[in-house]
Design a protein around this ligand. Structure first.
Ligand code: GDP
Length: 213
C-alpha cells in the first residue's frame, strides 16, 4: 500500500465539479490547525503537495471566501488508482457565524452526495482534550451514516499543563468514550504523528483494505 505517484488534479467548489472518473476516494477533514496538511504531506511524502492546495487553482469568484482563505475540495490522484481529498478545515475561531453555516452546507453536500467517497478520515488532535466542535462533527457523520475512520494526530506530543495535562493516549480514550453514543460500534481509529511518521503505513493499509472491500 505505498504511494508511488501523487498528482494534484483539481480544486472544486461544488460536489458536481469534482472529478467524474469514478475512482474511489478518501476525504481528510479536521479542525483548522489539527495537522491536516502535515499528514497529507507525510502520506504522499512530498513537502509541497498540500501546501500548493492552499492557493487552489480554481475559479475564485465561485469559491467561498473564508477568513481570507479560498476554501475548496482538493483532489489528489494517487497511483492513478484512487483519490486523497483535502476538505476545508473547520472551526476557525474568528469566522463569522454565517460563513460557518455556508461552509457547513458546502461540505455536508459533499459527504451526502459524493457517491465515490469510501470513507471520511476525521482528524482529531490527540495532544489536547476533546473539543465540542469535533464531537459535534463526529456525531453528525455518525447520524448520517457516513463511513468514518478517526485519525488522532500529534501523538508524539508530550503532556503539557496548558493542554489539560493529559497524555495523548488519555485524550484519545476520552474522545472515544464521548463519541460511543453516536455509533453502533466504535469507528476504526489510528494514532499518528507527522513528526515520527507513526501511523502512516497503517492509514495507507486501511485505505487499501477499504478500497478492496
Ligand atoms: P492544518 O491547519 O490542519 O493543515 O495543520 P498543519 O499541518 O499546518 O499543522 C498545524 C501545526 O501543528 C503546525 O505548527 C505543525 O508543525 C504542527 N503539527 C502538525 N502535525 C504535527 C505532529 O504530528 N506532531 C507535532 N508535534 N506537531 C504537528
Amino acid at each position: 500500500a505505498q504511494v508511488v505517484q501523487a498528482e494534484f488534479v483539481k480544486s472544486s467548489v461544488r460536489t458536481e465539479d469534482c472529478p467524474s472518473d469514478g475512482l474511489p476516494e478518501f476525504a481528510l477533514v479536521g479542525r483548522s490547525n489539527v495537522g491536516k496538511s502535515s499528514l497529507l504531506n507525510s502520506l504522499v511524502r512530498r513537502k509541497r503537495l498540500a501546501l500548493t492546495s492552499k492557493k487552489p487553482d480554481c475559479d475564485v469568484s465561485k469559491c467561498l471566501l473564508f477568513v481570507g482563505k479560498t476554501q475548496c475540495i482538493n483532489h489528489f490522484r494517487i497511483n492513478d488508482d484512487w483519490y486523497l481529498v483535502d476538505l476545508p478545515g473547520y472551526g476557525y475561531a474568528s469566522a463569522p457565524q454565517e460563513l460557518r453555516t455556508d461552509w457547513g452546507k458546502f461540505t455536508r453536500d459533499y459527504f451526502i452526495n459524493r457517491s465515490t467517497l469510501v470513507s471520511v478520515f476525521l482528524l482529531i488532535d490527540a495532544s489536547i482534550p476533546a473539543k465540542k466542535i469535533d464531537l459535534e462533527y463526529a456525531s453528525w457523520l455518525g447520524q448520517n451514516q457516513i463511513p468514518m475512520t478517526l485519525i488522532f494526530t500529534k501523538c508524539d506530543k508530550r503532556k503539557k499543563k496548558k493542554n489539560g495535562g493529559k497524555r495523548p493516549e488519555e485524550n484519545v480514550s476520552e474522545f472515544q468514550e464521548l463519541i460511543c453514543g453516536f455509533f453502533q460500534s466504535v469507528p476504526p481509529w489510528i494514532m499518528t504523528s507527522s513528526v515520527t511518521n507513526q501511523g502512516r503505513d497503517e492509514i495507507l493499509l486501511q485505505m487499501a483494505q477499504l478500497r478492496n472491500y
